[in-house]
Design a protein around this ligand. Structure first.
Ligand code: PMP
Length: 303
């Protein structure tokens, strides 16, 4: 088989049985997407649809606010289809993410870290208002973000696990994964429990204020427009340290080289299994460990 475009490699990720001693946890290996994260699914869907329906035309520029991975996925898609890409990102995003964006030829605009992703979003909106040739992606308000996970991640998980799913656990960044996968699973089985993971003390779903934390990719400091809090059954808060420890445990015990939000999902799964040891839990491993080598948190624990 030969493929025309890097975006043809997106999705269809393996579902790994993590066979933890505490119980059954199955995880989609989203780090196997071509740019290394779950956001490839969303970027591929939004850009390909926009090209097809004519809202993204030659000469236009793709723009987005991102905590990193969505920016990288869009930079990949823009490069593959010949579009310029501008990404608004907090200065606190890891140096690896910034360098990958530059490598893919994207323009990078850094915003103050204390404003979290909200600050990047404001700068993006100002850019889109002043330039008619901007194609505004807006993952936080774009329903295609949900559709990418409904048609992709959710459907795949249901098939991978033959519908034997008690609970889906996901960190909330844009909330696309939770809303898309959750909608698909609930349509198939209304009893499926949906559990959101947020950084300790920074849970927007619990009304907390934005706070700097170390679990990049989730807990962006506000409740995204596409998230319906009533749809989610419960929220588990995870500390930076729990996220890193669980990510390291996956590396050392399973050979899985994943980032902190994967660790956060696993930390939450372990807590759920304490109360419901018989549950079959589905989750995702959103990205890879290499993206965080420069972060102190990772270095301090790993070496
Ligand atoms: N983990 C990582 C590493 C991410 O980059 C993201 C996306 N920001 C998520 C989890 C959460 O995904 P979603 O945006 O679908 O909520």
């Amino acid at each position: 088989m030969t493929l025309e475009n890097v975006l043809n490699c997106v999705g269809g990720t393996p579902c790994l049985n993590l066979a933890l001693s505490s119980g059954h946890v199955f995880a989609k290996a989203e780090f196997m997407n071509p740019s290394g994260s779950i956001k490839d699914r969303v970027a591929a869907r939004i850009i390909e649809l926009a090209i097809q329906n004519g809202s993204l035309r030659p000469g236009m520029r793709i723009a987005e606010a991102s905590s990193g991975n969505m920016g990288i996925s869009l930079a990949m898609a823009g490069a593959a289809y010949g579009y310029r890409v501008t990404i608004y990102m907090c200065e606190s995003a890891s140096i690896e993410r910034r360098n990958i964006l530059r490598l893919l030829g994207a323009e990078l605009v850094l915003t103050p870290p204390e404003q979290s992703v909200g600050g990047a979003l404001e700068a993006l909106m100002a850019d889109a208002e002043s330039d008619p040739d901007v194609f505004l992606v807006n993952q936080f308000g774009n329903k295609e973000n949900i559709a990418a996970h409904y048609n992709g991640t959710g459907k795949e998980l249901w098939e991978d696990m033959d519908g034997d799913i008690d609970c889906f656990i996901s960190g909330i960044g844009s909330g696309g994964t939770m809303m898309g996968v959750g909608t698909y699973l609930r349509e198939k089985n209304p009893e499926v429990r949906l559990i959101a993971v947020e950084p300790q003390g920074a849970a927007a779903l619990l009304g907390h204020k934005p706070k700097q934390h170390g679990i990049e990719g989730i807990g962006d400091g506000f409740l995204p427009e596409i998230v319906d809090p009533d749809f989610i059954d419960s929220i588990i808060e995870v500390t930076d340290s729990q996220a890193v420890e669980n990510a390291l445990a996956l590396a050392r015990r399973k050979g899985l080289f994943v980032g902190m939000s994967s660790g956060a999902n696993l930390a939450a799964a372990a807590l759920v299994l304490k109360d419901y040891p018989e549950w079959k839990i589905a989750t995702t491993l959103p990205d890879r460990a290499e993206r965080y080598f420069s972060t102190q948190l990772f270095l301090n624990k790993a070496v």
